[in-house]
Design a protein around this ligand. Structure first.
Ligand SMILES: [Zn+2]
Length: 288
């Protein structure tokens, strides 16, 4: 039986696909799963080593402690998905994902931004826009009570447009601009990573008559995916889900209350169509 026979008709053959992943911590499970779905080449970029607090919610094990994350994860991917080509870069993404890299023989088909670092995520988005490479950026918010998956593709607003408040905080000189990824349940991180992986497989299946290819087509311009794991999730003091539900009529039935009762409004997603920031210095839509 062929290795990927269980995916027949569901997604593209990714043997020749190359995904570059910035960050190999909370996203390590996702990176292994991407390879297990058949992505032929996975490039891992992360400068850090495996510490004890990583063990409960990443793919790493006791024997990995003290090793560079990308080296340990490369070994795990080769074990879990034999046949994958894995490139391990002990570096920041800014030092690997250069113009030369994006135009050379290793040009990736997909970029994954899986880091809490604002400069790291911003760089992935900038290079995605500049070189027309699809990107998926995962942000975990509020101790993983919620988060956001941003998709940057040609013609969509960039990460700078969608996550403007993070960039504004950096421009104001706020001390805390990187996301606080220190706390958060593995269950919640797995949930947001599953959404990101689903989108990644869809992007890599673009144009194919497969479930994943049609998923992408139906997704259309919904490139800002707000993910809520906990019913109390707020971000920037706003409950986006409440805002959406506020439009529902209360007569002849109270649809908002019914949804709150029956859907619980946890472990769910909002698929938003973000606006371009006319002032955005990154995605060349200024003045458009
Ligand atoms: Zn932009």
């Amino acid at each position: 039986m062929k290795t990927f026979s269980r995916f027949a008709g569901l997604m593209a053959d990714l043997t020749n696909g190359h995904a570059l992943c910035a960050g190999a911590s909370g996203g390590s499970d996702l990176e292994v799963k991407l390879a297990k779905h058949g992505c032929g080449t996975v490039s891992l970029v992360d400068p850090d080593t495996v510490d004890p607090p990583n063990l409960p919610r990443t793919y790493y094990r006791k024997g990995d402690l003290g090793k560079f994350k990308v080296d340990a994860l490369k070994a795990h991917i080769l074990e879990a998905a034999p046949g994958t080509t894995v490139h391990a870069h002990v570096a920041k993404v800014q030092d690997v994902l250069t113009d030369a890299y994006c135009t050379g023989p290793n040009r990736p088909d997909l970029l994954l931004g899986l880091t809490d670092s604002l400069p790291g995520q911003a760089h992935v988005s900038t290079m995605a826009v500049k070189h027309g490479i699809p990107a998926v950026l995962v942000d975990v918010h509020a101790h993983a009570a919620g988060g956001m998956v941003t998709v940057v593709v040609p013609g969509s607003p960039c990460y700078r447009c969608v996550a403007a408040s993070r960039f504004e905080a950096a421009e104001r000189g706020d001390a805390q601009v990187d996301l606080d990824g220190a706390r958060g349940l593995g269950a919640d991180i797995a949930f947001i990573d599953a959404i990101a992986l689903k989108i990644a497989l869809a992007l890599l299946s673009k144009g194919t008559d497969t479930d994943a290819g049609r998923f992408l087509q139906k997704m259309g311009k919904r490139t800002q995916v707000v993910v809520r794991m906990h019913p109390e999730y707020r971000w920037d003091a706003v409950d986006l889900f409440d805002l959406v539900l506020a439009d529902l009529p209360s007569e002849p039935r109270d649809f908002k209350r019914e949804l709150q009762d029956f859907a619980f409004l946890a472990c769910d997603t909002l698929w938003l169509t973000p606006d371009f920031d006319p002032q955005c210095p990154c995605c060349a839509k200024a003045g458009a």
